[in-house]
Design a protein around this ligand. Structure first.
Ligand code: MLT
Length: 336
């Protein structure tokens, strides 16, 4: 049987019309969230759900599962990669083990402000990291939450110097860069999953940990920690990831809606931190937390960490040039 070109064109147009007339099946996606209510992860998630509903014309929605209900943060990366989880919001340090290229964002003292974080994640370098993470880890970053500097908390005493840290047992994520940073300060930290951290602090298996004020508040760490030190070694960035398998199964329109919703949620996240952080910090003080600044403007912490840690990770982040690209984009001196 033969068809004329005109018949074929007509058939194609008809097929396209039929396809666009069939509404996409409504979806109710699941979003894993590592932290509790009230933090930047939840704020990003809620903004994303609202934007997704709007941009899909009310067809798609999603539900947040807070407090690690769908698994520990690192486990959610594997679950999303294998297609058993749709979305997850988690700290960047918990993606680094699966995609070392994003380690540049957890190198100590590289990102020095919210503006630095926004500039890098929302620019060309951020897009390169998104692409690498798809390749390395099978998940796609579609939005970024900004949570502020990871401050040090502990239950024993005020800490202002590197010497004060020496007799404390500090929990860190299972992240080599963070482990090496504490080692550069003379401490052998305890790597531990995020989902186990509150109980470990409560039962005094560990004395302290670091996370942003927003996270300390959302996780109610003030109930088990007394002292805070305003170190600024990592500005916490917390991506929203989607399973790449899921993303590729969506139509072009659905993908566009997901990406646009992620972008809108990212912008809302920066504003959320600007609006909330000072109040959250004051609230933690009102609840009895004592806040100290490091001595000498943090000079000793900075010198030890940057000298010892940066060179160890040039290879894993994709070369020294990757770090220099970030430093150049931030108008800072590069490394030799
Ligand atoms: C961690 O310490 O493992 C994470 O930063 C926790 C978080 O996602 O807030």
């Amino acid at each position: 049987m033969t068809f004329s070109l005109r018949t074929l064109r007509r058939a194609t147009v008809l097929a396209m019309l039929l396809a666009s007339a069939v509404p996409a099946a409504a979806r109710d996606f699941r979003i894993a969230v590592g932290d509790g209510a009230g933090g930047t992860q939840e704020a990003l998630g809620l903004a994303f759900v609202k934007a997704l509903e709007e941009k899909s014309g009310g067809t798609h929605t999603a539900k947040l599962f807070l407090n690690g209900q769908l698994g520990d943060e690192q486990d959610t990366v594997t679950a999303a990669a294998t297609g058993t989880l749709d979305f997850s919001i988690l700290a960047i340090n918990n993606i680094t083990p699966f995609s070392p290229s994003v380690g540049t964002l957890t190198l100590p003292y590289v990102i020095l402000s919210l503006e630095d974080a926004e500039k890098i994640t929302q620019g060309e370098i951020g897009q390169q990291m998104v692409d690498r993470t798809v390749e390395d880890a099978g998940v796609r970053i579609i939005g970024w939450a900004y949570s502020g500097f990871r401050v040090l908390t502990n239950s024993k005493k005020p800490v202002t110097t590197v010497a004060d840290l020496q007799d404390l047992v500090i929990r860190v994520p299972k992240n080599e860069i963070m482990i090496e940073t504490y080692k550069s300060w003379g401490v052998n930290p305890t790597p531990m999953a995020w989902s186990e951290t509150f109980a470990a602090l409560q039962q005094k298996v560990v004395d302290g940990q670091d996370n942003p004020y927003m996270t300390v508040h959302a996780m109610k760490f003030d109930e088990v920690q007394k002292y805070v030190t305003n170190i600024r070694y990592i500005f916490s960035i917390e991506p929203l990831i989607v399973s790449e398998q899921l993303f590729q199964s969506l139509s072009a329109e659905e993908q566009a809606a997901v990406l646009a919703a992620g972008q809108e949620a990212t912008l809302a996240s920066g504003q959320f931190l600007r609006d909330q952080e000072a109040q959250i910090k004051a609230d933690l003080q009102a609840k009895g937390m004592e806040i100290s600044d490091p001595a000498d403007g943090e000079a000793e912490f900075i010198a030890l960490a940057t000298t010892a840690v940066w060179p160890k990770f040039y290879d894993s982040i994709g070369g020294k040039d990757v770090l220099n690209g970030v430093l150049t984009a931030l108008d800072r001196p590069t490394v030799e």
